[in-house]
Design a binder for this molecule. Sequence first.
Ligand code: 13P
Length: 284
Amino acid sequence: MPLVSMNEFLPKAKANKFAVGQFNMNNLEFAQAIVDAAIEEQSPFIYGVSEGALKYMGIEFTVALAEAAAKKSGLPIALHLDHGSSFEVAMKCIRAGFSSVMFDGSHYTLEENIRLTKEVVRAAREMGVSVEGELGTIGGVEDDISVDEEHASLAKPEEAIRFYEETGVDCLAIAVGTAHGMYKGEVKIRYDIIEEVTSKIPVPVVLHGGSGVPDEAIRKSIAAGVGKINVNTENQVACTNAIRKVLSSNDTVYDPRKYLTPARDAMVAVVREKIRLFGSNNQA
Ligand code: 13P
């Protein structure tokens, strides 16, 4: 099966109240772990690739890994640019074979964000590629982008509705209280904002910063209208902890496969659990 746009599964997620996971891909082991868990669970999923990860892996390897996963699994998989910063980056990814892109114009004024997102939607739609937009500022650290809690600002429902109506994005990330990275304190999600927005637009809301959010809060977010949830840090932590465990207990290890195999297994366990929690198992 070729890579698909998010429209292959997001409308069903919204209608049947489940969420599809965006699991970020950072290297070969991430790509393998994510697809292996999804095969076990027969779940659609999204490979999220940030600009930093793209630089690390190279665009050709990134697309080849995702295409190999789609071919091997037969599952509906979208390859999605995470937090794309410009029209040019989005187009570069689409030309290389991405089936979905996010344009993150959240740091622009609302007018400018709408104008720029519209341009991406117009170009992407012609090629059957789905688009995610963002409104409000999500706190935390991702790649080289750091937003402290003080500067994270929640999305305003009326602006989110207008943003959807004018841009026609396929899903909409709105800041509702989550942050990238693990949480130091308690996460307070504004379910009322999610509900107000999703009751007035036909596409699902995206929850960024899915790592470390308690299961009950995830369930409530999905019930309120979240249809896509992004997870990266939890896999990074599982991967690194497994490697650390092997290396700290045995200093004669030099074959990377000896520590990357347990790292990959640890990520399979994380993704499998998230897929079940999100309710996307057996929805492929
Ligand atoms: P976490 O790293 O907190 O899981 O967030 C991932 C994310 O939102 C990617 O856009």
